[in-house]
Design a protein around this ligand. Structure first.
Ligand code: HEM
Ligand code: HEM
Length: 216
């Protein structure tokens, strides 16, 4: 294991991220974009995508403990000082280090993503009273056919105080969803800058892998 880490430390991040990292990455990216920009908040589709996102996030977090070396949390620990010195090296055109997994600045961004996704998921669950997407769909159908008792469940408002609480949860949900979009813009810019500095296409390993013939 030690030799494996050491040799990767010389060569940088993997030529191809494992399938769990790739599927959870692109799955979460698509879901964030759809739910933040396209689906109707609270619609059955929005809740379905939210639940799929929750499953992908949980899978990735378990993978951080059990997955291959470069996918583990231990391969990219959060470190503010390391992140700052990495960014300083980038800004001053000094040679940046090669890391066995995500670089220290990327690592901070990634933990911020995961924490924000956890907040958006939990607040979403509070807004729907923990109802599954199937229950949400059934409640919407019941309301549409005139069963108003389903409305309270659908909105999970819990009375007057509950209404104010719900409003606050809704605000946190939307605010953190916006924060994720801002992080995503910085993230894509960061990937472009790092790829240039490392003279290595970082997106390819997240898609289908780098070809060995590309100078490796
Ligand atoms: C990737 C995760 C998610 C993102 C980016 C996201 C984003 C958003 C945004 C931007 C809104 C406000 C948009 C609008 O009012 O049309 C919203 C509303 C809402 N979301 Fe999400 N959401 C996510 C996950 C979830 C989950 C997991 C649930 C439930 C399990 C959920 C339930 C709701 C509900 C019920 C509303 C409506 C609030 C209201 O106006 O009453 N969301 N979401
Ligand atoms: C809302 C959209 C996005 C979110 C939430 C997101 C989130 C993440 C997360 C959580 C990781 C860590 C992966 C892991 O270890 O599991 C990551 C890595 C990565 N993402 Fe994204 N991402 C988004 C969009 C994109 C886009 C559009 C690109 C393409 C330019 C991209 C390229 C990458 C790359 C190349 C890495 C690996 C960086 C490295 O080598 O250290 N991401 N992203």
């Amino acid at each position: 294991m030690k030799t494996d880490m050491a040799s990767r430390a010389r060569t940088g991040p993997p030529d191809l991220w494992d399938p769990v990292v790739r599927i959870t990455h692109w799955g979460l990216a698509v879901i964030v974009i759809l739910n933040a920009l396209i689906t109707d908040g609270g619609s059955t589709l929005h809740v379905w995508l939210g639940w799929i996102g929750m499953a992908l996030l949980l899978l990735r977090l378990v993978w951080g403990l059990l997955g291959p070396v470069e996918a583990r949390f231990s391969a990219f620990p959060p470190g503010l000082r390391q992140a700052v010195s990495h960014l300083r090296a980038l800004a001053t055109g000094r040679r940046v280090g090669h890391y066995p997994s995500h670089n220290p600045a990327g690592a901070l961004m990634i933990y911020a993503f995961w924490a924000s996704l956890a907040v958006v998921t939990c607040t979403g669950l509070v807004l729907t009273g923990g109802a599954t997407p199937m229950q949400v769909a059934a409640d919407k159908a019941a309301v549409a056919s005139g069963d108003w008792s389903a409305l309270a469940r659908e909105e999970a408002d819990g009375g007057e105080d509950g209404g104010a609480f719900r409003k606050q949860v809704e605000e946190v949900h939307e605010l953190v969803a916006d924060l994720i979009l801002i992080l995503a813009v910085l993230h894509v810019a960061g990937v472009a800058v790092e790829s240039r500095a490392m003279r290595r296409n970082l997106v390819a390993p997240m898609l289908a892998g780098l070809r060995r013939s590309r100078g490796k």
